[in-house]
Design a protein around this ligand. Structure first.
Ligand code: PRP
Length: 213
């Protein structure tokens, strides 16, 4: 990336549909319809700003290593990745949900080693260690809600929004591990080198968030 250009990595999918209106309010508008394109890098109305559209789990990586100066990612993925490698100056207050443990309805509390299925293995490890609970971690990439009924796990750690997915699979939410929403993250070196450009966008985004609350 050149020092006069600002690359912002956005999370594709559902988060993107809530992110773009905020960016528009902040004066950053993609030059073409992102949803109708297979491109990954987009020009905007601002000649020095480009938008990347990638998987949320990759946004922290691109931002930490400076291929993107800024990014928008879910707090779940930031917690899972580890937040030491970048700044997190702004909560966009979109895509809000909770990261929770869940178990089959009525399941008894287990004191011995708990089998936990999740894609958030780092978060689960940290959380259960803090609780003093021994666990066996089972890494899954999706359809976690099936794991308890098939005997693969006692508990899952997953995102809960409406709670419908849990209910439809005979599970109930238990503990809240973290409140989740989308956050703006910034590469540490970019924050110094491109401070004026970044501050300007952050301030406009902050105002856009307030306006849309
Ligand atoms: C998430 C999560 C749950 C579901 C919860 O999946 O993994 O399956 O949403 O939503 P609910 O409480 O409103 O039912 P998502 O659709 O984001 O896809 P993923 O499997 O890629 O995480």
């Amino acid at each position: 990336m050149s020092s006069s250009e600002l690359v912002i990595a956005l999370t594709k999918g559902r988060i993107l549909t809530e992110t773009l209106p905020l960016f528009e309010l902040a004066g950053v508008i993609p030059a073409e319809d992102i949803s109708k394109s297979r491109k990954l890098l987009f020009d905007t109305n601002l000649p020095h700003v480009k938008l990347m559209v990638i998987r949320g789990a990759d946004v922290p990586t691109y931002v930490e290593f400076g291929s993107a100066d800024m990014g928008v990612a879910g707090k779940d993925l930031i917690l899972e990745y580890g937040s030491e490698g970048f700044y997190e100056p702004l909560d966009l207050k979109i895509a809000s949900c909770q990261l929770m443990t869940a178990q089959p309805v009525g399941a008894k509390a287990k004191t011995e080693r708990l089998k936990v299925a999740t894609k958030f293995t780092n978060i689960a490890k940290r959380y259960f260690a803090e609780q003093g609970q021994q666990i066996e971690l089972i890494k899954l990439n999706g359809a976690l809600e099936l794991a308890p009924s098939l005997g693969l796990a006692d508990t899952i750690v997953d995102i809960v929004d409406t709670g419908k997915t849990l209910k439809a699979n005979g599970l109930e939410p238990k503990q809240v591990i973290a409140e989740i929403s989308s956050r703006v993250i910034v590469n540490k070196a970019s924050m110094k080198i491109k401070n004026t450009m970044i501050r300007e966008i952050l301030e406009k985004l902050r105002a856009a968030v307030e306006l849309s609350q």
